[in-house]
Design a protein around this ligand. Structure first.
Ligand code: FPP
Length: 179
């Protein structure tokens, strides 16, 4: 076992939740079993990052492209998200974790959205670690959405084009507080 040098840890770790299908295939299981196992692995990662003092953990859990998967698989993934948001409530709150979300959240089913907003609101004052769920997310659309918000400010006269800086741009990302 390698020792972890806690002085050389990154502030922000992002995990691409990939390989669930292949994990299931090698065990001759259905893809959904792979996703269930992936959701279980999330718990281990969150606990480990929190213990190590990581400031932010981003999970690429569901991309924009994932909407094109078979309906049954999308439904199963949304159910897993619901389950996670219900079952991990105390884990999030007891460990001073602040849940945030990146992506076009408005596209998620009503129930997932409601649970997500509940967890975000009740953990909003927590300062131990950001847990950023990337849902219905793509990096390109994050840039587009930030640009639209800035364009609206320019249109209303609240911002001048020459006032647009990297800092202003950063303030309009989905979760500006993320390191
Ligand atoms: C990629 O595996 C994984 C996904 C598309 C979904 C991951 C999301 C969950 C398990 C939902 C629960 C989320 C949380 C945060 C608890 P893949 O199907 O592309 O696998 P492959 O690369 O082997 O084909």
């Amino acid at each position: 076992m390698h020792e972890i040098d806690t002085k050389r840890l990154p502030a922000h770790i992002a995990i691409i939740m990939d390989g669930n299908g292949r994990w299931a295939k090698t065990r001759m299981l259905e893809r959904v079993r792979g996703h269930e196992s992936g959701a279980d692995a999330v718990r281990t990662c969150v606990t480990a990052c929190r213990e190590l003092g990581i400031k932010a953990l981003s999970l690429y859990a569901f991309s924009e492209e994932n909407w094109r998967r078979p309906g049954l698989e999308v439904t199963a993934l949304m159910k897993l998200l619901e389950k996670y948001l219900i079952e991990e409530r105390s884990e999030i709150l007891d460990n001073n974790i602040r849940l945030v979300a990146s992506g076009r959240i408005e596209k998620l089913p009503e129930k997932v959205r409601r649970l997500l907003y509940e967890r975000m609101e009740e953990s909003a004052a927590n300062s131990g670690m950001f847990l950023n769920l990337c849902l219905s997310y793509t990096g390109r659309e994050e840039i587009v959405d930030a640009t639209v918000k800035i364009a609206e400010l320019v249109k209303s006269g609240d911002l001048q084009p020459e006032e647009i800086t990297a800092e202003i741009f950063e303030q309009h990302l989905y979760v500006p507080q993320l390191p």
